[in-house]
Design a protein around this ligand. Structure first.
Ligand SMILES: Cc1ncc(COP(=O)(O)O)c(C=O)c1O
Length: 440
């Protein structure tokens, strides 16, 4: 299939794989109020309540969560020396933070929010259904030996470019489930090795992510003992991520940072299939309303959300449909076709999408390490382009003018969501730094 993208200032950049910014023409202040969407703002509160209910079990399974009473949280880090190194020292860039999901406990990436949530949520539902957990009983019961034996009769399956597989595999094994991860050809060897060591069956496909997910779904459909975590459609994954926005709101408030019409908030979220950034963006719109502007960021060769949303088509458009290759070192974002569920929800809620080249990812990864000792993988550094695009790019300026925020940029808060990296083995991390050094 070949698709013609509509006329748009970003069109030729997208087709030529040049970094660019696309502002969503359908962006609307009240998008979250649309009752036809498959998710509601109150779902975020329910997901928060589920996280709270599951917390004692999470703490039992993962002792590293003792300090947060079972919550999986990340720090909000203000940019200091890194801000200068990135060229964001000027007052027009307001305040810039990193939301450091790169150091999230349990799975070392933003996927800890979605994957761990869905597995633990499923375990609780299954245990209640089968009479293993009675009303009023302590949820930590699900970490006992007989519960593990019970869960071992089931398999959790997932398709992944790497990090979702890690988070689902780690969560599943902690409860005693069997786990199968279908990896795309982009998956890095260290992620495969780590899962294999945990006793997870890894099926490596010589194909892209979409194909890996399709295969995983097919296998699961034929076996009732397999629970499939469906990255293309799962509402649980989405809601697991969405709760991050409540955490962010608390952190901003604790720092006395106001978000209102004169103090806009910008989020820059690396996007693969769209679940993680979509969930965080949805939660943010629920919490901050129209005063938060969420942008996805994608590699120049894998802008699946960009090509689909720009096309305006009903059926999903993939990056192959417009002649791009889906080849990138940013394994977490090497996705050719976005989630239809996320496309529907984000249609009028997403401010825009920008693209970045691989060389920039490595440069930012190195800068973050050298200046503020932040450890990232390539996908996770993509958001650093955000402030430059919004404040300086012609499309960013037009966006700020349209939404009447151009006079408030000095009071704006920019949040670069760094989505993974703390689990990267030292040798692999040094290889990233070497790649970056060769670019100079
Ligand atoms: C580090 C990192 N960032 C961002 C993403 C994108 O998440 P999603 O595929 O849900 O859009 C991924 C996905 O695996 C990832 O591993």
């Amino acid at each position: 299939m070949t698709i013609q993208l509509p006329d748009n200032p970003a069109r030729s950049d997208v087709l030529s794989a040049r970094p660019t910014l696309w502002a969503n023409p359908l962006y609307a202040a009240d998008a979250i109020d649309d009752p036809s969407l498959p998710v509601m703002p109150s779902d975020v509160d329910e997901a928060q309540a589920s996280w709270t209910r599951l917390a004692p079990l999470l703490e039992t399974c993962f002792p590293e969560l003792a300090a947060t009473n079972g919550a999986i949280r990340s720090e909000l880090v203000e940019l200091q020396s890194l801000r200068d190194a990135l060229g964001y020292a000027g007052p027009e860039f307001g305040t810039v933070f990193v939301k450091a999901d790169s150091a999230l406990p349990v799975a070392g990436s933003i996927k800890a929010r979605g994957g761990v949530y869905e597995v633990f949520f499923f375990a609780e539902q299954l245990a209640r259904l089968e009479g293993l957990l009675k009303d009023g009983e302590d949820i930590r019961r699900l970490a006992e030996q007989d519960a593990k034996a019970f869960f071992s009769r089931y398999t959790i399956a997932v398709g992944s470019t790497g990090n979702l597989g890690l988070s689902v595999g780690i969560a599943a094994r902690a409860l005693g489930f069997k786990a199968t991860v279908h990896m795309s050809s982009d998956a890095k060897a260290w992620k495969v090795e780590r899962l294999t060591r945990l006793g997870v069956e890894v099926v490596q496909h010589e194909a892209d992510y979409t194909t890996a997910v399709e295969n995983a779904r097919l296998v699961a459909e034929s076996d009732p003992t397999i629970y499939f975590v469906d990255d293309e459609q799962s509402k649980h994954l989405f809601l697991g991520y969405s709760v991050a926005a409540l955490e962010l709101a608390e952190q901003l408030q604790a720092r006395g940072i106001v978000v209102d019409a004169e103090h806009p908030l910008f989020l820059y979220l690396p996007c693969g299939i769209g679940g993680a950034p979509g969930g965080a963006a949805y939660g943010a719109r629920k919490v901050f309303g129209a005063n938060v502007h969420c942008f996805f960021v994608e590699p120049v060769q894998s802008p699946c959300a960009l090509v689909h949303m720009m096309s305006g088509a009903e059926d999903l458009v993939s990056v192959y449909d417009v002649g791009l290759t889906n080849k990138t070192e940013a394994d977490g974002m090497a996705v050719a076709r976005m989630s239809a569920f996320v496309a529907t929800v984000m249609c009028r809620m997403l401010a825009g999408i920008f693209t970045v080249d691989d060389a920039s990812l490595f440069r930012w990864l190195r800068l973050a390490h050298e200046t503020q000792n932040i450890r990232l993988e390539p996908s996770a550094s993509a958001g650093f382009a955000g402030p430059e695009f919004v404040v300086k790019h012609p499309e960013g300026r037009a966006f700020c003018a349209k939404w009447k925020i151009e006079d408030h940029l000095a009071q704006a808060t920019h949040i670069v969501w760094t989505t993974g990296g703390s689990f990267v083995p030292q040798e692999q991390f040094e290889a990233f730094l070497e790649t970056a050094a060769k670019l100079d």
